[in-house]
Design a protein around this ligand. Structure first.
Ligand code: FAD
Ligand code: NAD
Length: 476
């Protein structure tokens, strides 16, 4: 029989939803022996999203940026349970979560409930489509490993189909037109990786495509990378121009079909025009939308009635209007951008908070015990009173936990042909740079941020491998 870890009835049950940046950084720093910890996520690994765009072209192999949650939990002092399942609804009154096995292999039990004393929601966000017709059906997204694999296959499918015998020139042009919608960091980094792939590998292997392959980046606002400083935006735009990536700003996609993207472009004279662009590959990167389970919970909590972008949390990341529920990362609205940096700092903050809460409870128990012994055995009272005072001092120190404060370390983005842009805050000042040196900085920063030494070695190996032998263009 499978060994069951029995819940310790003296400890509270802490349920953590998700295995992303927020939840995993909480788990990393949490003293798991203080709680019965249960982790629930449909994904049994942590994904290092900053290097996901590199997986779409095979610069990095996808397994190099995944870390199994089982190995993460194995390193904890006390064992924690993991259920590979999706939480489908949360009942804040009964303090239970409905979970559902959505994987391919199903047992007799598909759905069940998990009770919690404390709940952390770290389910992230889903891809926004703004309800634009055709987007869900025809686009690739770039959020999960499966998305990157799909894009990788599709790029080479377009290339191979374009070289098929008797393909018409118009069809070749369409198939080799790669359209990226959304000029945020995801769209920019993906477009850059894609152009690199073409310049460094595809072009060498299939020279007849040299003048045909085109990457277009469409952005509704007047510029790409709106969160970066002005000169880095200009640097990115001019680098893209050199790389022959066509940026179409002030262009809002309104409709997508299986072969075309229809957009409304604002001309320099302010007039609007409709443009129709045939494409072979369409990658949709227009940011985040709220997940169903979060929307459902918002609807159940009256204090959340104005929440549109996620669960409103207070400065201790407690979900407003709920008891014993905290939220971290992209599903929480704490006044910060939805980034890995924010999510991981929030997760670490909650770990400190929970470790402190457990210590506080332990000390309070000790004080209670000593106080009652004082009544039973008054002879020893001076020593016991001294001990109680010492515990009370500890308690004051521990209880004085400061609210969550985000410390921004800066923003980095890869922009292709071994160049990157960096907006870094150093010693209270800002430092903005772009170019080849920044690229080396980008690589070393991301390497140091990788989850484990295993991930780090695999990523270095992939970088070397693709540099020396070229990216692998076989279509699995
Ligand atoms: P996620 O990391 O998305 O994790 C959510 C977790 O919840 C997943 O494990 C998911 O499987 C699970 N889950 C989903 N639904 C359920 C459910 N119903 N029940 C239980 N579990 C569920 N940020 C940066 O700061 N720097 C970068 O360089 C950077 N690069 C990025 C590149 C790409 C391509 C993308 C897509 C994002 C990037 N980001 C970056 C943003 C960053 O990845 C997110 O802000 C971060 O992942 C948010 O962390 P999270 O824990 O909230 O969610
Ligand atoms: P985003 O929200 O940052 O950018 C989406 C872009 O799509 C916006 O600029 C928006 O104007 C545009 N857009 C929306 N609808 C459109 C339409 N119909 N037509 C054309 N353009 C449209 O999204 P993202 O790039 O996926 O990033 C999500 C989050 O993840 C952000 O917080 C980002 O900072 C973070 N992230 C960071 C990095 C990095 O630091 N290197 C990389 C990827 C993502």
């Amino acid at each position: 029989p499978v060994e069951q870890i029995e819940a310790d009835p003296t400890k509270k049950t802490l349920v953590i939803l998700g295995t992303g940046w927020g939840s995993v950084s909480l788990l990393k720093k949490l003293d798991t022996e203080n709680y019965n910890v249960i982790v629930i996520s449909p994904r049994n690994y942590f994904l290092f999203t900053p290097l996901l765009p590199s997986c779409t072209t095979g610069t990095i192999e996808h397994r190099s940026i995944m870390e199994p949650i089982r190995s993460i939990l194995r390193q904890k002092k006390a064992r924690a349970k993991f259920y590979e399942a999706e939480a489908t609804s949360i009942d804040p009154e009964r303090k239970v979560i409905k979970v559902s096995d959505i994987s391919e292999v199903r047992g007799d039990t598909l759905e069940t409930e998990v009770a919690y004393d404390m709940l952390v929601i770290g389910v992230g966000a889903e891809n926004s489509t703004f309800g634009i017709p055709g987007v869900k059906e025809h686009s690739c997204f770039l959020k999960e490993i499966g998305d990157a694999q799909q894009i990788r296959k599709r790029i080479m499918d377009c290339v191979e189909t374009a070289t098929f015998k008797d393909q018409s020139p118009e069809e070749i042009e369409r198939l080799l037109h790669m359209v990226v919608v959304g000029g945020g960091p995801t769209g920019v980094e993906f477009a850059a990786e894609l152009q690199d792939f073409f310049e460094q590998d595809i072009k060498k292997l299939i020279p007849e495509l040299a003048d045909r392959f085109r990457v277009t980046l469409i952005e509704a606002l007047p510029n790409v990378l709106p969160s970066f400083s002005k000169h880095l935006i200009e640097y990115t735009e001019s680098t893209f121009k050199e790389e022959k990536i066509d940026i179409k700003t002030k262009t809002m996609v309104k409709k997508v079909t299986n072969k075309t993207v229809e957009a409304e472009a604002t001309r320099p004279d302010g007039k609007k025009e409709t443009v129709v662009m045939p494409y072979g590959l369409l990658v949709w990167a227009t940011g985040n939308a709220v997940r169903g389970i979060v929307k459902d919970l918002i609807a159940k909590i009256p204090a959340q009635k104005d929440s549109r972008r996620g669960l409103a949390v207070n400065e201790y990341l407690v979900v407003q209007g709920a008891r014993d529920i905290w939220a971290v990362g992209d599903c929480a609205v704490a006044g910060y951008a939805p980034t890995a940096q924010v999510a991981s700092q929030e997760g670490s903050f909650l770990a400190r908070l929970f470790n402190n809460m457990a210590k506080t409870e332990q000390i309070e128990d000790n004080i209670r015990e000593l106080s009652s012994s004082l009544n039973v055995k008054p002879g020893n009272s001076a020593e016991v009173t001294r001990q109680i005072e010492e515990y009370e001092r500890q308690l004051r120190r521990i209880k004085d936990i400061k609210p969550f404060h985000y410390s921004h370390q800066g923003s980095l983005a890869y922009i292709g042909s071994e160049k990157a842009v960096a907006d870094i805050s150093w010693f209270n000042g800002n430092f903005a740079s772009g170019g080849g040196l920044t690229f080396l900085f980008w690589r070393s920063a991301y390497l140091s941020m990788c989850f484990s030494t295993r991930n780090r070695l695999l990523v270095i190996n992939d970088w070397l491998k693709s540099k020396v032998f070229g990216r692998d263009v076989s279509r699995e």
